[in-house]
Design a protein around this ligand. Structure first.
Ligand code: G3H
Ligand code: 13P
Ligand code: ZN
Length: 311
């Protein structure tokens, strides 16, 4: 099976009341852990690559790893650019074999966001590639951009029809209270998602796939393992999984998860290293890291996304 587009995936997810997991990949063990889980649960999958991932691993290695995963699992997998900042990076990924790109114009004015997104859509659609746009700005850290909570803003539902119509995007990321990174809410703070905004957006865009970024739950067991074995992660909580489950039954068709993967990998490696101080073969500590990612992704597929058996 070749790499697939997200078009059909999203249509089925919308109608079926579930979401597809979009997991960030940076190396072979992460690709394998995620795709092994999806294979076990027969789930469709989006593997996404950030600018930072391309810089770290090189575009060609990530494309070939994902192609290898498809050959290995025979699953429908889309390869997506996460947070494309400009036309050039989107073009490079479209030309370089991706089936989906995000152009993140959320830092620009409404008109500039539309113009930039439209330019990417025109280039992408001529080549059979789908495009995710973003309206509203999430707090948190992505690549070198750190958006403070004060600079973040919720999506204004009154703008979505015009944005989607004028740009021609295939899906839309909105800001309803999620944020990037592992420090979303302080303990004691009550996480809240603006389901009223999501409802109003989907009322205005019937049948249109919505994307949630910053959707890690900051798994507390993994934070505890990291800290038990020498880490110093501050206390923080993420997006409660029942809220993500609810969003997945609504118009949200794509849920982005990266920080939970990082945490799972780091927890497993720290634990292994602490318990086996004389080991120095990377395969020894990367094996439990990959296994832990697999179990995390299985849990997300079954209990959060609801996409088990939907491949
Ligand atoms: O939303 C951003 C993703 O977590 C990717 O992070 O840019 O550090 O690779 P990164
Ligand atoms: P998290 O940092 O919550 O995992 O969000 C990832 C993301 O939105 C990638 O685009
Ligand atoms: Zn994101």
């Amino acid at each position: 099976m070749p790499l697939v587009s997200t078009k059909e995936m999203f249509q089925k997810a919308y109608e079926g009341g579930y979401a597809i997991g979009a997991f960030n990949v940076n190396n072979m063990e992460i690709v394998q852990g995620i795709t092994e889980a999806a294979k076990e649960e027969n789930a469709p999958l989006i593997l996404q690559v950030s600018a930072g991932a391309r810089k770290y691993a090189k575009h060609i290695y990530l494309v070939k790893l994902v192609e290898a995963a498809i050959a290995d699992t025979n699953l429908p997998i889309a390869l997506h650019l996460d947070h494309g900042a400009d036309f050039e990076i989107c073009k490079s990924c479209i030309d370089g074999g991706f089936t989906s790109v995000m152009i993140d114009g959320s830092a620009h004015s409404f008109e500039d966001n539309i113009a930039l997104t439209r330019k990417v859509v025109e280039y992408a659609h001529e080549r059979g590639v789908v495009v995710e746009g973003e309206l509203g700005k999430l707090a948190g850290i992505e690549d070198d951009v750190n958006v403070s909570a004060e600079d973040a803003n919720f999506t204004n539902p009154a703008e979505v029809e015009e944005f989607v119509t004028r740009t021609g995007v295939d899906s839309l990321a909105i800001a309803i209270g999620t944020s990037h990174g592992a420090y979303k809410f302080k303990p004691g703070q009550k996480p809240q998602l603006r389901f009223d905004i999501l409802e109003e957006v989907s009322r205005r865009l019937p049948g249109f796939p919505i994307v949630l970024h910053g959707a890690s739950s900051v798994i507390q067991e993994d934070v505890a393992i990291v800290n038990q074995y020498g880490g110093k992660m501050p206390d923080a909580i993420g997006i409660p999984e029942e809220m993500l489950r609810k969003a997945a039954t609504m118009a949200v068709c794509k849920i982005n998860i990266d920080s939970d993967l990082r945490l799972a990998m780091t927890a497993a490696i720290r634990k292994y290293m602490a318990e086996n101080p004389s080991h120095f073969d990377p395969r020894q500590y990367l094996t439990p890291a990959r296994d832990h990612i697999r179990e995390l992704v299985r849990h997300k597929i079954v209990d959060v996304l609801g996409c088990a058996g939907k491949a």
